[in-house]
Design a protein around this ligand. Structure first.
Ligand code: PGA
Length: 226
């Protein structure tokens, strides 16, 4: 199974999101081999839009496309008087995955490992699968997760993707258990992904910039069929 996560970040309004899905689903649905791989669970696509877009997109496209939805974050709090926060229970039934600890949140929102540990607990309590992003072993919180995404800051949004050798070295130094699903994120596009697809050590990709355009994202996913 290879995972492809589209992290739209703080981009797109509803109209742009609908356009993205129309274009993406037209491509995917005309590729019968890809549809079979998606239905057989050999490839998994997870789209992570900004919170308010998740519900309308799910409603409109869920039946038309065999993909999953994810959120880009969730609250560390269970719920209550925390204005602006989105607790796990508000995401229940909407998403199957949630990104936690992305380096942009650690950097701009001062997220700490302690906060991230709470977020993981909140997600796991209601069976939303956290995708934990780490830059190094120092970002590993005191909580086990099934999915870890290695995201070197120098590779995010820069076009300077990390060498496969360096990714595998980091995986080793993180002591990722064999059963953990391991992703890489950082300037993954239809060219850079080719090298990474050669190894079974990388189970999936977190894709930012190249997921903004439906055709770019489709190209990355469809390359993995061959
Ligand atoms: P990028 O972002 O694909 O634009 O480098 C990746 C990420 O933020 O995980």
């Amino acid at each position: 199974m290879k995972y492809f996560v589209a992290n739209w970040k703080a981009r797109k309004n509803l109209e742009e999101a609908y356009d993205w899905f129309e274009a993406f689903s037209a491509r995917v649905n005309s590729n019968h081999n890809l549809i079979t791989l998606l239905r057989d669970g050999k490839i998994k696509i997870i789209v992570c839009p900004p919170y308010p877009l998740i519900f309308p997109l799910k409603k409109k496209f869920e039946e038309k496309l065999p993909i999953s939805f994810g959120a880009q974050d969730l609250s560390q709090f269970e719920g209550g008087s925390y204005t602006g926060e989105v607790p796990a229970k508000s995401l229940e039934g909407l998403v199957s995955y949630v990104i936690v600890g992305h380096s942009e949140r650690r950097r701009y929102l001062n997220e700490t490992n302690e906060m991230i540990t709470h977020k993981i607990e909140q997600a796991q309590k209601i069976n939303i699968e956290p995708i934990l992003c780490v830059r190094s072993h120092e970002d590993l919180p005191a909580k086990n997760v099934n999915i870890i995404s290695y995201e070197p800051v120098q590779a995010i949004g820069t076009g300077k993707n990390e060498d496969l050798k360096d990714i595998l070295e980091m995986k080793e130094s993180l002591h990722v258990p064999q059963s953990t699903i391991f992703f890489y994120g950082g300037s993954v596009n239809k060219t850079t992904v080719l090298n990474y697809l050669k190894t079974d050590e990388i189970n999936g990709f977190l894709i930012g910039t190249a997921s903004n355009d439906p055709l770019d994202f489709y190209n990355i996913v469809s390359i993995s069929q061959s």
